[in-house]
Write a protein that binds this ligand. Structure first.
Ligand code: UT7
Length: 331
């Protein structure tokens, strides 16, 4: 009998720009306060890329670490899937630029446009490719340079976002004892696209002086509506991933949620029945890094010694589209 391979996270690495933007920096630039930002979002500082940092260069640094941890080289990769809302160029994909930087000529490389869930969507695609026997190792990256699409004059969005990259190697295993991805769940609702979007710069409104003048190349967000939808969708996603994995909420050892707002995280954890001491939070250090958010939090959980082999991890995310998703992983 042919046994379907099990996909497992075999390596993880992250990279963030050295530049830091604190709440005090935003206080100096906008009509806001450290107190408002901390109370309403949980954010204290975020990483801010300089011109030397590109999505591909941050991804390369993260990928080198992930490959080393997985014990493989770039030529062992059968795929490179990169979730991003801020590709370095509109054509070709940033995944292809990353492929060239890595020297991974055996891989098929492509981007996934799923906003904040970009890494989790990419993980889901990679898992499917591995289960179908298409590749033994796939690099799954979530990387963003949100500072380039953030309107620094809009206090309702500017203070939220930051830059960074997280890379994971997803590998095929044939022995369940090694753990692996037990379930994945992804969904979208495009009817709600205009609650979080970039109106200008695409092919309906290509770049022009007008686009620049009305600042429509920056992100626009109806924060309160997005907040409510995020809690609703992330709660549903947690239930789905747990059910699909055939485990119970009480069995989950650690939840690693997308870091958009501490209040969204707390509300989702409460609905799912997860005590906050089982929830990974690092929004204070990085803000919302979109597709990089879960790998950055995952990496910190490992570095803090919060993960042991065999533990059950619940990943959950939400973003523009709307898009959302979740996964249960046995570490
Ligand atoms: O990555 C996934 C997508 N993104 C998200 O999930 C983000 C979801 N949304 C949120 O996190 C929250 O809605 C925000 C943090 C964006 C806003 O928090 P809120 O509690 O929903 O505030 P609000 O938009 O209802 O605004 C409350 C007040 C308003 O003033 P008035 O009208 O009550 O006088 C805003 O003008 O807070 C004001 N405000 C600010 N005040 C100080 C908005 N932004 C700021 C600010 N500093 N930066």
């Amino acid at each position: 009998m042919i046994q379907r391979p099990i996909a497992r996270i075999s390596g993880l690495g992250v990279a963030v720009p050295s530049g830091i933007r604190t709440n005090a920096d935003w206080e100096a630039a906008l009509d806001t306060s450290d107190q408002w930002i901390v109370e309403r979002t949980g954010i204290r500082e975020r990483r801010w890329a300089g011109p030397e940092d590109t999505v591909a260069s941050l991804s390369k640094t993260a990928a080198d670490l992930a490959l080393e941890q997985a014990g493989i080289g770039p030529m062992d990769l059968g795929g490179i899937i990169l979730g991003t809302a801020t590709p370095d160029r509109l054509l070709p994909s940033t995944a292809c630029d990353l492929q060239a930087l890595l020297g991974a000529e055996n891989a098929a490389a492509f981007d996934i446009a799923a906003a904040c869930p970009g890494w989790l969507y990419s993980l889901t695609v990679a898992e499917g490719l591995i289960a179908a026997g298409q590749a033994e190792h796939i690099l799954v990256v979530g990387a963003e340079k949100l500072s380039t699409i953030t309107d620094e004059t809009d206090r309702s969005t500017a203070i939220l976002f930051g830059d960074g990259a997280g890379a994971t190697v997803i590998s095929a295993y044939r022995n369940e004892a090694n753990g692996g991805i037990l379930s994945t769940f992804i969904r979208s609702d495009g009817r709600l696209a205009s609650l979080l979007y970039r109106p200008g710069g695409g092919s309906t409104r290509p770049f022009s002086q007008e686009v620049l003048d009305d600042r429509s190349h920056f992100m626009k967000m109806a924060g309160r509506e997005v907040f409510k939808a995020a809690v609703r969708a992330m709660t549903q996603a947690c239930d789905e991933a747990i059910q699909r994995a055939g485990v119970a909420a009480e069995d989950i050892d650690l939840m690693v949620p997308h870091q958009a707002n501490i209040r969204i995280i707390e509300a989702t954890a409460k609905h799912t029945g997860m005590p906050m001491d089982k929830v990974m939070v690092n929004i204070d250090r990085f803000g919302n890094t979109s597709a990089a958010s879960i790998p950055l939090a995952f990496d910190q959980a490992i570095n803090e010694g919060r993960l042991e082999r065999g533990m059950l991890i619940l990943l959950v995310t939400f973003g523009a589209g709307f898009t959302w998703g979740s996964s249960v992983v046995r570490w």
